[in-house]
Write a protein that binds this ligand. Structure first.
Ligand code: ZN
Length: 466
């Protein structure tokens, strides 16, 4: 549950003091974020696709990038906080466009991993908009938040007692940043699209139920979440199921159906849908990591030993949602995961607009984790065939663009918000180097990831590891 306590200036001061984490242990005075910050000497990878620029100075004023240039060309104003970044690499802050922001302990985990912006897709409207506002005002130290409110589906419509059209109107008027759909008939989807587009909002989400991906694309959906929703529309004949197979049983569904997509998917149909998505400018957000952790790595020692679990409070443990997996199950899932990566790459190569989201949330260990899984997703995209530069741009530039935030976010350019990561090693040589985070800057506020994690543990405890 989110606790959205009204924050006092004192709390804000405390948060800033805690995360600035200068050696001043025991410091009690509130610390204002510095109005001027100069990051000097780093190699700039600005997210536009331009080649890296070595030995730069990036000057931040009041949370925005004021000037970027070669060291020496940019004068450093008196009183600026100077960050020496010799030998380091600057990339835009990461944006995760598929999260479920369902607990306050997520704040520091995203930031500590360099995720400076997230898009929530499905938390209830009032709760998420209140949180969005508190973050925007600076009362809560957390990633920038964009939100859809609860998703539209048959159940949510029935519960609210309204039509799809009315629900969309209601969400749009409340000020959401997009419309997430998870279940609809053709007429409802048409209505949702009409209302949403009139308000300048995109409609995206699941396409796995009737009428399916192909029809949803033809009707005009703007984006598809989860690559499985595309793959599933390419199944012409279901794989053989055990006699007791039950569609409503989640374990059965993933173990006997989704795991078999590698053999059940018609590759020609897949090519056809991908072409149609590209022609109709329908984005794809594959959320690979969620399936990899949830099924390919299920019940493995490697997953159990993931140090990221240390930060997941015990009460959020929801293990065994999908039962125990043996090597046979994992073998099938490994093949299906390869198909998921193949589809991601095909879509990209065909000119499709690719996004990057994790489906991370406050649940462990059945899927993506907040923050750390974004870096796994980067690795899986490289594994699919994209270059590290293409992958970084997907996670920053594309993700900002889809939210219509590319004027402010997604690249390191003059005038944009100062949301960036300073890395100890070159991510273009090895994408895993995005995990070697020296500092994170959000809104011009310099954050030490280790201090954020220490504060997280102080507040929420640390999970025992095997
Ligand atoms: Zn999700």
């Amino acid at each position: 549950m989110l606790s959205l306590k009204k924050s006092s200036p004192l709390l804000f001061g405390f948060l800033v003091a805690a995360v600035l984490s200068l050696p001043a242990r025991g410091q009690t005075l509130p610390v204002e974020p510095p109005s001027l910050v100069a990051v000097v000497g780093g190699t700039l990878i600005d997210g536009t696709g331009r080649s890296p620029v070595p030995d730069t100075t990036l000057l931040i004023e009041d949370g925005r990038i004021r000037q970027i240039g070669r060291r020496g060309e940019v004068p450093i104003p008196v009183g600026a906080q100077v960050i020496q970044a010799d030998g380091k690499y600057l990339i835009p802050g990461l944006i995760d466009v598929h999260v479920h922001y369902n607990a306050p302990f997520l704040h520091r985990l995203y930031l500590a991993h360099g995720v400076t912006t997230v898009r929530d897709v499905g938390t209830s409207l009032e709760r998420i908009l209140t949180l969005r506002e508190e973050i925007a005002r600076g009362n809560i130290l957390a990633p920038r938040l964009f939100a859809t409110g609860g998703s539209i589906n048959t159940r949510s419509l029935r519960a609210a007692g309204v039509s799809a059209r009315e629900m969309t109107e209601r969400l749009a008027k409340a000020g959401v940043d997009g419309i997430k759909v998870t279940g609809y008939n053709e007429e409802e989807l048409k209505d949702i699209l009409e209302v949403a587009h009139a308000h300048g909002l995109l409609v995206f989400g699941h396409t796995r139920l009737d009428p399916g991906a192909l029809r949803a694309i033809e009707i005009g959906i703007d984006g598809i979440e989860h690559v499985t929703d595309v793959l599933e529309d390419c199944v012409e004949e279901n794989p053989p199921f055990p006699p007791d197979f039950d569609w409503s049983n989640r374990d059965h569904f993933f173990r006997h159906y989704y795991s078999q997509l590698h053999s059940a998917v018609n590759r020609d149909k897949l090519d056809e849908i991908i072409q149609l998505m590209v022609q109709n400018d329908v984005y794809l957000d594959p959320t690979l990591v969620n399936y990899n952790r949830g099924f390919v790595q299920r019940n493995t020692a490697k997953l159990a030993a993931d140090p990221a679990f240390r930060y997941m409070p015990e009460e959020y443990d929801r293990s065994n949602r999908y039962g125990e997996y043996g090597s046979g199950d994992r073998e099938q899932w490994t093949k299906t995961f390869a198909l998921m990566q193949e589809a991601t790459y095909k879509f990209f190569k065909a000119g499709g607009f690719l996004l990057m989201g994790t489906d991370s949330q406050a649940a462990a260990p059945d899927g993506a984790l907040p923050g750390s899984s974004m870096h796994e997703e980067l690795e899986f995209f490289v594994g699919a065939g994209l270059t590290p530069m293409e992958v970084l741009q997907t996670a920053t530039f594309n993700n900002a663009k889809v939210m219509n935030q590319d004027k402010d976010l997604g690249t390191l350019e003059t005038g944009k918000y100062a949301d960036l990561i300073i890395l100890d090693a070159n991510p273009l040589e090895n994408i895993s180097n995005t995990q070697k985070i020296h500092l994170v800057i959000k809104d011009g506020l310099v954050l030490d990831p280790q201090a954020l994690l220490r504060e997280h543990i102080r507040q929420y405890g640390e999970r025992g590891m095997p």
